[in-house]
Write a protein that binds this ligand. Structure first.
Ligand SMILES: [Zn+2]
Length: 131
């Protein structure tokens, strides 16, 4: 498998972020129950404190806001269903109705041009999400 194939696959898996606005920032845990995230491209871990994890951890990266569709009520319903099945679902925090999606520098660079990622740290979307 060549590097080109890999980038091609990556761009396909990230194509729903086409034209999205990103900014570079330190990873911040949004709640005590939500202390890490994974790169949407390669699943590399993001966390505030790398020493708490055994794998390689990014402490900063590219973040974008993914608009979430479900209402809080629907989400509660889902959590309940999982609990009934004996499983634990921790809903991701959604500041201002957005979910924070992270990309590591490698995945970001690999897709940036082809997917038309926009870098704008002053975009109003960040304020809407309370960031
Ligand atoms: Zn990545």
């Amino acid at each position: 498998m060549t590097t080109d194939d890999n980038s091609e696959r990556l761009r396909k898996s990230l194509r729903h972020y086409r034209g999205f606005v990103f900014r570079w920032q330190p990873y911040k845990a949004l709640s005590p129950d939500w202390n890490h995230d994974h790169c949407k491209g390669c699943s590399a871990r993001f966390a505030e404190r790398p020493d708490e994890w055994k794998d390689a951890v990014h402490t900063e990266g590219w973040v974008t806001l993914w608009p979430t569709r479900g209402t809080p009520e629907e989400e509660q319903e889902l959590v309940k269903k999982w609990r009934e099945a004996g499983k634990l679902l921790v809903p991701s925090p959604k500041p201002g109705g957005f979910q924070l999606d992270w990309l590591c520098p490698t995945c970001f660079e690999a897709c940036r041009q082809e997917l038309g990622f926009v870098i704008d740290s002053e975009h109003p979307q960040w304020r809407k999400a309370g960031l």
